[in-house]
Design a protein around this ligand. Sequence first.
Ligand code: IMP
Ligand code: MG
Length: 177
Amino acid sequence: MNSALSTTPLIGRTQIRSRIRVLARKIEAHYGDDDFLVIGLMNGAFIFLADLTRAFSRSVDIAFLKASSYGKSSRSSGKVLLEGLEKIEIHGRRILLIDDILDTGKTLTHVTEALEKAGATEVTSCVLLDKPERHQVPYSAKFVGFVIEDLFVVGYGLDFAEKYRNLADIWVIKELA
Ligand code: IMP
Ligand code: MG
């Protein structure tokens, strides 16, 4: 595949697909007949959101926000820049916030606070991956695809310097250049 990547995927596409089916059923059970708005965090959540929402057996509204950390580091700097909030009707809505990975927890904490401030009645999050060893703030996602060790992973939406997002499986980066 690429010399910078692990020789085999950490999590393969088949495993992702079956986990998503389980998550979709759990999420549907959480909302029952209530409406909810799915908000994906760009760019990392785009593939996960597309597959997860297509596993729902009902129609949902979908919107995106762009969350980025200031600075060029591959890891979160902790200061989150949020774009696009003014374009979405948040007030009075139950929100399902989708992200690729929960790392320090700073992104989801910041976005949750912003959505609550904008009048959301409930903000629930769903992440594909969670790295508990890396948490720096007390945040937990209600729905988690896979718990992983402290490894830097790419593929299935996740990038390293904007590369590898399109890979269908999740790989570990061996060399962080
Ligand atoms: P947090 O604010 O530290 O939780 O950062 C979450 C963001 O950091 C994610 O949305 C990713 O963009 C990035 N990130 C953290 N760990 C990884 C990883 O292993 N691979 C790719 N991106 C990661
Ligand atoms: Mg990201």
